[in-house]
Design a protein around this ligand. Sequence first.
Ligand code: AMP
Ligand code: MG
Length: 317
Amino acid sequence: MITEIGNDIHIAAELLRANKLVAIPTETVYGLAGNVFSEAAVKQIFGVKQRPANNPLIVHVHNADILNEIVRSVPAEAKILLNAFTPGPLTLLLPKKNIVPDMVTAGLPDVAVRLPDHNLTLALMAEAGLPLAAPSANPYTYISPTSAMHVLQMLNGKIPYILDGGSCKFGLESTIIGFPKGVPTLYRKGAIPIEEIEDKIGKIKLATSEKVLAPGMHAKHYSPKTKLIVSDDLEQDIQKYSHQKIGVITYNVYSNLLANEHQLLLCRHDDFKTAGANLYGAMHAMDSRDYDIIIVRKFPDTGIGISINDRLSRAKA
Ligand code: AMP
Ligand code: MG
C-alpha cells in the first residue's frame, strides 16, 4: 500500500466512509482513525498498531449531538468538564450505547470519548459525518507521533493517508476521567493538569493500578528502542555512563559534561508546556541516532511535569 501525506479532508473523509484508516492530527498526538461503527475498520486499527484487544480505543466526536449518539448519559461533573475544557485534551469515560461495537471498548460498559481541538480534524469529522475511533498512531508500546513525519516513519505502507495538520500543540495524550459509581476518577495523567480539573469539580480519586490493568494502563508504553534512563541527577548520571554513547534530553540548560550536539533542550527557561510538546519529538530524534542510552532529566513533580514524568516512567519500563 502507498501511504500518501496531504491536507485534503475530502480524500480523508472518503477513505473513512469506505472503512479505511486515516492518521489524523489532534492537539495531543496524531491518531490512527477509523469509522467507529465499522467492526472491519476497528479491527484494522488493532491490527496496524498490533495493539492487544483488551486495550480500548478513544472515540473522537466533533459536537454534542454526535456525543449523544454514542453515550447513554452524561453526569453533571462531566458536563462541567466538557464546558470548561472542550474542545481540548480531555477524555471522559461514559456509558456506551449499543451502537458502539464492543470491540471499541474491549467489552467494557463505558466508552472513552473526546472532542479534539484541531480545526482540520473537526472539519474532517463534520465532512465524514462520523465519530472516529482513534488511538495514537504508533505501534503498540512505541513513542507516540507528534508530527505527520513521525507517523510516516512508523506506519509507512500500512495506511493509505496521513492528514497533515502540523505539529501537535500539546504533544502529550489527553487526561482521562471516568465516573465509576458516580465518583470522578483519574485514569490517565495527561495534557490537562489534575489541579485544573480539581478547580472545576473538586477532589478527584486516583484509579488504583489493579482496577486499570484490564483497560490497559500498561506499565510499558511510549518507549524508544534505545535504553532510556530517567535521571534525578543529570550530572551524576552523565559521568556514570560516560564510557557509553549517550544522548541527553533535558529541559532548559545544557550540561557542561557532554558536547551540546549530544543533547536536546525541550524549552527555554522553565516553560514546561513547551517541554511537553517537544518531548516525543526529542525521543523520536534520539532513538534514530546511534546511542547506547538516552538519559532524560526528570521534571519537577507539579502541573504538567507530573504528566511528563508519568510518560517517562513508562517509557523506561
Ligand atoms: P491511546 O488512544 O493510545 O492514547 O490509548 C487509549 C487509552 O485510553 C487506553 O490505553 C486506556 O487506558 C484508556 N481507555 C480507553 N477506553 C477506556 C475505557 N472504556 N475504560 C478505561 N480506560 C479506557
Ligand atoms: Mg497510545
